[in-house]
Design a protein around this ligand. Sequence first.
Ligand SMILES: *Cc1c(COP(=O)(O)O)cnc(C)c1O
Length: 237
Amino acid sequence: METIAERIKSALERINNATNLAHRATDSVKLLAVSKTKPVSDIVLAYEAGQRMFGENYVQEGVEKIQSLQEFSDIEWHYIGPLQSNKSKLVAENFDWVQTIDRLKIAKRLNAQRSPHKKLNVLIQVNINQEQNKSGIAPLELVSLAEEINKMPNLTLRGLMTIPSAHQSERELSASFATMNDLFNQLKDRHSQIDTLSMGMSNDVEAAIIGGSTMVRIGTGIFGERVPVKNSAEKQQ
Ligand SMILES: *Cc1c(COP(=O)(O)O)cnc(C)c1O
């Protein structure tokens, strides 16, 4: 079986190959290692292999990991799960990034709960295929939400995130990524600090990078399959 270090190396090679294909610089795409449901010891192995950016989906689980790994002070923690209002304080106090802002109310709460000493980096999640029961805002609502967030002193709006529909052909998926890239570029023209387009997971890294992604989020491809356990963190939010 491949080790976590070997899988990270393969993930970086995939990024390298895809950026070459897209005629983009290798360092224009960052790797977020999605460690949800995986033990702290796996994160340490990834860290020892050079990985510094980790993504967590569940507030309680993520905060426990952050607190137990405090000595690894150069880890950058990204919250990538759905965010409920009653959990926003823990997120504001512990994470470096939140990728799943999908309404003004959550942004206001995070801004109020974040310490003014270190800004929280945020991405707006876009429901690019306008699926029902999927988090994210509709593309048409994007400009006004971005304007509001951009005024908040304790948040830095860094860009957009999306999880496209899993029920699309390759061609439709590429079109979704291309639309995201257009929205990203439009927003960049309005807000010069915007630099992050988070899209692409284990199964669609290449298409996402060709579509303009600047950050791919890989879980299974680094840490292996997630074992579904009853009452596991996969169920709680
Ligand atoms: C779980 C998750 C990932 C990683 O998915 P894999 O298919 O395991 O690579 C990426 N992004 C989000 C938002 C996730 O919840």
